[in-house]
Each structure stands twice: as C-alpha cells, then as structure tokens.
Design a protein around this ligand. Sequence first.
Ligand code: 9MJ
Length: 695
Amino acid sequence: MTESLDLFSAPAPVDKAQPAIKIKALRDQLNQWAHQYYVLDEPTVPDAEYDRVFRELQALEAAHPDLVTPDSPTQRVIGAVMDGLAPVRHTVPMLSIHTETDTEATGAQAFDARVRRELGLTDADPAIEYVAEPKFDGLAMSLRYENGRLVQAATRGDGEVGEDVTHNIRTIRQIPLTLPEGVPPLLEVRGEVYMRRADFDALNERQREQGGKTFVNPRNAAAGAVRQLDSNITAQRPLSFFAYGLGAITPSAEGGPVFRTHYEMLQTLKSWGFPVAAQVQIAVGATELVAFHQQVGASRDALPYDIDGVVYKVNSLQLQRDLGFKTREPRWAVAHKYPAQEIATKIEGIDVQVGRTGKITPVARLAPVFVGGVTVTNATLHNLFEIRKKGVRVGDTVIVRRAGDVIPEVVGVMPGKRTGYVPNFRMPAACPVCGSAVVREKGEANHRCTGGLFCAAQRKEAILHFAARRAMDIEGLGDKLVDQLVDANVIRTLPDLYRLGLTSLIALERMAEKSAQNVLAALEKSKQTTLPRFLFALGIRHVGEATAKDLARHFGVLDAIMDATEEQLLAVNDVGPIVAKAIRTFFEQPHNREVVEQLRACGVTWPEGPVAERAPQILAGKTVVLTGTLPTLSRDAAKDMLEAAGAKVAGSVSKKTSYVVAGEEAGSKLVKAQELGVPVLDEAGMLELLSGQGV
Ligand code: 9MJ
C-alpha cells in the first residue's frame, strides 16, 4: 500500500516527477476496494476513506489532464453488471446527486447561492422553494410500470445500464405490484431500496447464530440481497423502499397527470401506494434548508433506518428544466452529508463483558474516534467466531460502525497494518464478574458464564424474569426496584425476595410504607403458584412457557423433573437434545437445587401430583378462544385452567373452534362465533365444562 493511503500519518506530498505512478497506485487501490465492495460484498475500508482517496485521485487528474484515461475510477460510475443478471438500458438515465462533503450549514447556503446565480436571480428576487428529503443509505432502483403493472426493476448500474432484478424486487412488500386505475400507461418510479436497522440487526444476529456470513452495514446487506440470482434468498432478507423521483412517464389516456412541482409528484406517488418518507418537506430559501439539515440530523439516531445526509431539490419542475444537468448530475439538486457512521481506528485491547443473560461479549477498546456524531471508545466484537472470522487482533486498524442508538461494532479489519506478531485473542476460562466457568455449548456461537444467579451481572435479569407476570407474577417488582434491591445488596438470590421485610424495603430511596406493603403482599400472594409457572420462573435456558407446561404435564412433580436424565427428558413433547441438556445442566448445579429448596422452604408451593389425576384431560383435542373480560378469572388463569384440561387456547375464531368463552366487552370474536355457530360460554359455563358437567 502506498504511503498516502496510511490513515495515521499525514498524506505524503505529491511527487511532481511521478504523478503517473501515483495515479496508477491510487486507481489500483480504488479498483481493489470497489471490487471488494461491489463484487465480493465485503467492504474493507470505510466509505469516508474511499471518498478521500477518490478525491485525491480527482485532484491529481485535474492537475494532469493528459493522464486521465477512460478506465479511471473517476471516469466511470462503479456498479459493474454482475454475471447472471441481465443488463437493462435505462430509457431515462439514472442520475447521481452531487454530494457536498461539507457537513456544516454552509453546504446549504453554497447550494442556494449557486442555484440563484445560475437562474440569474438577484438579492431582490424572492427565496427559492426547495424540497428537502433524507438521503437514504441503500441502493437506487428504477421500477417500471406498464398499464399499472410492475414489469421491470433495475439497479442504477452506471446510470445508463443497470441490472434486471425484477424477480428480487417482487419480494419487497412495500413495492406495489399493481397500481390504481388511471395511472399513466408508462411510469418509472425511482427510489431507494434499503434495509431497516432492526431488520439488519436481526439478520446479522441470525447469521451469527448459524455461523454464516455477517454484513457490514444495512446498505451492503440490501445490495447483496437485491443482486441475488435466487429470489428465495432475497425474500429472507427483509427490504424496504422509499420513492423519491421519476424516470420515464407518459400522460394517462385522459391527459394527466402533468406535475408542476417535485413535491406534488411525491404526494401523487404516495397516493398511488408508494412509500414516501415522512420527513420530506418544502423548505424556502437557504435558512430553511439549514434548519432541515439540523432537525433531521438531530433525529438521525432515532430513525429506524440509516441516512447519510439530506438532499435538497429545487421544487419547481420548470426551474429544474431551466437549470439542467452537468454531466450525470442535475444542477437542481445536491446531497448534504452528515458525519460518517463508519470510521477506521486502532484496537488497543480486547476485554470481555458479561451480559444480563450470561452471554460473554468480547469488546474492543479503541483509540477514541468520532463516528456517527459521537466519540466512541468501545465497540462490540460479538463473539469469538466473529473475531476469528474477521481476523481481528489487538493493534489492528479496524472499521468501526456506529449507527442509530445501537452499540458501536467492529465490522472489519483494514488489511496490511499489522507490524509484528500479535497473539490471537482467547476467551477467559472464568467469568470476570463471578469466577464461574465460561462455556460454549455445542452448535452455539456465544460463550456463557455458568454462574447464573450467582453472577451479579445476571442477577437483575433473573429476578425480573422470576417476578414477571407470566412467571411468579409479583406485582410491583419492576426494573427500578430490582436495581435498587440488587445494588444495595439486599437481594442476592431468589429466595432473598421472600425474606424481604418492611424495614429493608422502607430503607430504599423513594419507597413509601404503603408501596412497601403492597410489594410484600404481592410476594406473599405469589407463593401460591403452579408448577409450570415455577419452572418457567427459574429461567432455565430454552425453557419457555410452553416447555414448562409440557414438562409439568409429563412429570407431574418437580422432583421428577429435577432428577430426570436427558433420555427421560427427551420423551417429553417438543423437548429436543438442546433443551434436555439445558434442563439437565441446570439441575446438576448444586446452587440451583439449593435455590429451589430455599424457595420451597420460604413457602412457595403449587399443587403437585400426576396431572392426569388432578385434572382429567376432558378438553383434549378441543380448541377454545377467550374474549372480553371475565368476572373473576384473569385471562391467564382461565388459559391455564383450560390448558390443564387438555384444551388448546387459540387467538382467533374459526369453524374449528370448539368453544368461545366470552366476558364483558367481548367484540368481534363473539360476533364471529355467533356467525359460525360456535358455542359461546360465560365464565360460569366454562367452570361447569371444566368440572365435567358442562355442555
Ligand atoms: C436518496 N438517496 O435518498 C435522490 N436520494 O434524486 C433522494 N436520492 C435522487 N433523492 C435524484 N432522496 C437522483 C437521486
């Protein structure tokens, strides 16, 4: 790599004698990065770094026009057509927008001043009306509709020729396949295909769990998804769309619509079913553009998708025509950037953190960098697999991404920066918080602390889970109180909850006597529970409510579950090897058995005995729907009772529903039951049914 590409030293002065060599080096570097980005879907440098080198090349070529060649990255818009996707020539070229790299207010002022100058306006003329839009960070798409039907979707490619990705775009639910009557017979809608951050995070989480390839950022994931040859893969990677422009359009048979303004066009697209971003607004003059830039910038983190700037467009389509184009860029629009969300920095060390569920996460300690609008000193490395896959070692220069309010993450290593031998990172064998063994289950990507409740890092989460409504249902024991109790060391294990007294509660800040009494009453009440609830409350990995019910039904008594072998556990409905092992491991820990014994000693109790004896399965095979508010039973209690008798409790009424149990303010489900002739019971009727005397 050439010297000037070193991020951490000042750019070397351009050697006048060797511009050709320098230009070649810059081009080679840019081409390599572009190949990694576009073809391999594996970016190795932050965009800002690519842009910086691109500008360096531009400046050098401007100084030496004789050295400009058509194959230079500056002369060609990247977006090579991939093998396997058919090329599509755009009837109207797809423009790119000139980007102001200036992130300050002056960007908007400079644009407004230029537009006014080019239109020959003076200070005496009124302010220009613009449309201000977020700049979505996805990939540009042209959607062609003929007679109201989507017939083709094409990527931008080099602006003249893109790729046919119709088969994939059809999987995007936000893109209408048919349009309402009366739309122009030929309509090309342009916009951005992108991936929402939550969808991106979920996708990467899934990939990590399955040991698959993770994506650097939502744009990269979206681009990869759109350019698949197999649309089944695209369909598994949720994409979204925003419309922001038009390509070719013919007026409808009735002659319309002929738009006067960009804003009017966007509103019409919206009325035809295309998503248009809510932030899009009219802004008059430079002042309002600056205000928009600041306002959207301030809410950038809270948006559910990445934006890398805002776009200003002259609103009047006549003025747009007057202004025209400069090569591929319209003179009537400009993109105004925000600070980069990806940046390069150095890893100074790797620590591990213990999460609330015991997951051990390696965290990179970074040389501080300003990214996504804040200074970042730590970034997650997710797990050991990710570290190995990315080849991250202490001292490496890495790309850090911080977008939205998600935790900053290391997304890749910049190659060629390591100077000497650095040992590979190793997971500690003991939890740094509690000293318990750290393990990784077979087939799992994450390491975990086995300390459970003994690990202070996991205590709060375990207590909140125990107290949850669907578990022990301890009303009033929420986030804040648990924080206080654990931080003050009043509660270390679950049984401590039942040893709480009025004095220790009142001693907590902002705890009045009345509230303390309520908490104690709720604790007392929770002691009468059911076996499924108790099992679920223990927080055994992989044991959710349904599994807890299955276990209780199968074994009847807790001691049988605690002593069951993996083989015996496997005989339970829906219990597979992973769940069986998790249950076995949980009850093998002496401290977990101790917790169970102490809870019982504190008075926690439930009806035991083989379920078949306690509640005959008189509703086996029946489906029941609950609706409205019952006079005495909570919905959960009614559900528990029905399920204990073998019924399946469903959420909606169909012909297959056996009974609907309706209370006060029962709504559409009751109506549906009556329409379908499904028997409707009140609470008393349900209890009668359960007692074996009913309907
Ligand atoms: C993006 N990327 O959000 C345009 N864009 O308009 C918006 N891109 C654009 N407009 C004309 N909001 C060409 C590209």
